[in-house]
Design a protein around this ligand. Structure first.
Ligand SMILES: [Zn+2]
Ligand SMILES: [Zn+2]
Length: 444
């Protein structure tokens, strides 16, 4: 027993000095390392980077440049003045503004160091003369008419008689057939409804940085308009290939009426705005991207060149008059995800022979298919609860209606006045029988 205890005590006694030794060794090592680092820090030869100018010299004053070591130490040295005999002042001759380009007043600066003594002031482009304007505040005006201006190329300037031009009012240039091109300076923020309505000679329009609001009727009936350009600093709108978009490219805002051929709407587009393709007679084919969710009021009104349209299932909102007067439109595929067929949306589609409306559609709005003279057959989904006045008015050839619901369901639909005026003696084929135009039911 005793022996064992002694042995244990002995080994404990010899372990303690070992631990101490190790600790001391570590402390010494760390101390040495610290000393070395300190020695290096205080004794290192500085390695300076490149000289950098911190004050440019002028003709008459010295400049300064500096370089730094990683330790924070820096060196500064003086740069000589450029010219012991002082600045060499020169007059920079100004130039007048033209109708479309800004000018500049005279300025004085040093030829050697560039120091400016008299700065030049911008002389804004004078723009077209004689435009009619209305003063809207102490400093601003808006254009209300062409006035005495006879320019075919109208340049709307930034200032008229000292007033900043901030808007082009509704109807301002309506029916001004002599205008061929328009450029609008950066001060103008908005263009009102029908501002360029019926400008039959207008081929191009260039919008400035400031434009933030354009009424969707501004360029209606501009039958020769082929290009809409937006200056690159504009943050609200942008032009791609002469077509006007919102700056984020999600909304298609205006397609110039005279841009013939096929068009593929960019994939980025979610909204086709109101009247975008209104009167685009030359549009022969349209590809509506799979991200488009809404088609605005009258979006394709009078697109006589269209023969076929696929409205993808992404579309949930079809505006009134969307495809009205598409007189050659023979083949339409309607999104399965819309709930309303908008009023007059396919009115006067004289070439339409058949159409299919999905079960999600609840309402066929007023005069939706009126004057579809050769519409022979139509499939109507079982979800329809209302067929509004005139919906199939003057569908002279409509003989077959296929309804995806029972005869009783068909008879429970709320039918508006004249919804089927001037249709022939059609039959409605329901899931359990058929219903004649005069309401007689024959069950399967
Ligand atoms: Zn250093
Ligand atoms: Zn100088």
């Amino acid at each position: 027993m005793n022996n064992k205890t002694t042995a244990t005590q002995n080994s404990a006694k010899s372990a303690a000095p070992k631990k101490k030794k190790i600790t001391v060794a570590i402390v010494i090592s760390v101390a040495v390392l610290c000393l070395c680092a300190a020695a290096f820090w205080f004794l290192h030869p500085h390695t300076f980077g490149e000289w950098q100018v911190i004050k440019e010299p002028t003709c008459v004053e010295t400049g300064k440049e500096m370089r730094k070591c990683f330790c924070g130490e820096n060196e500064v040295r003086t740069l000589d003045a450029l010219n012991s005999s002082g600045h060499v002042k020169v007059m920079n001759k100004g130039y007048s503004a033209t109708k479309t380009e800004d000018g500049m007043t005279d300025s004085v600066s040093c030829k050697l160091c560039g120091e400016v003594f008299v700065s030049g002031e911008v002389l804004y482009a004078t723009g077209s003369q004689g435009l009619e304007y209305k003063i809207v505040s102490e400093t601003a005006c808006e254009i209300i008419g062409i006035g005495t201006c006879t320019d075919p190329y109208v340049f709307v300037p930034r200032y008229i008689d000292g007033y900043e031009v901030i808007a082009i009012a509704g109807d301002a240039f309506a029916n001004c057939n002599g205008i061929t091109n328009v450029t609008i300076d950066d001060s103008v923020k908005s263009i009102g409804s029908y501002a360029f309505y019926g400008c039959k000679g207008l081929t191009s329009i260039t919008l400035g940085d400031g434009i933030a609001s354009i009424d969707n009727r501004a360029f209606l009936e501009c039958s020769k308009l082929g290009t809409i350009t937006v200056s690159s600093g504009n943050t609200v709108y942008k032009s791609i290939g002469g077509v006007l978009f919102s700056n984020d490219e999600k909304t298609l805002v205006c397609y110039p009426a005279n841009k013939p051929g096929a068009y593929v709407i960019p994939e980025s587009v979610v909204t086709i705005g109101d009247r975008v393709f209104y009167n685009c007679f030359g549009l022969t084919d349209i590809t509506i991207g799979a991200n488009v969710e809404s088609i605005g009021y009258g979006a394709f009104y009078n697109c006589e060149g269209l023969t076929e349209v696929i409205i993808p299932d992404s579309v949930t909102d079809l505006g009134d008059y969307a495809f009205a007067n598409c007189t050659n439109l023979a083949d339409v595929t309607v999104s399965k995800n819309i709930t309303n067929i908008g009023g007059y949306s396919f009115a006067n589609c004289f070439s339409l022979e058949s159409i299919e409306i999905s079960d999600k559609v609840e309402v066929i709005e007023d005069y939706a298919f009126s004057n579809c003279y050769i519409l022979k057959s139509i499939k109507i989904g079982g979800g329809v609860t209302k067929i509004a006045p005139g919906a199939f008015y003057n569908c002279y050839e409509l003989k077959n209606i296929t309804f995806n619901g029972t005869a009783a369901k068909w008879k429970s639909i709320s039918f508006g006045k004249r919804w089927n005026s001037n249709t022939p003696a059609y039959t409605v084929y329901c899931t359990n029988g058929s219903v004649s135009k005069n309401g007689r039911v024959t069950y399967n």
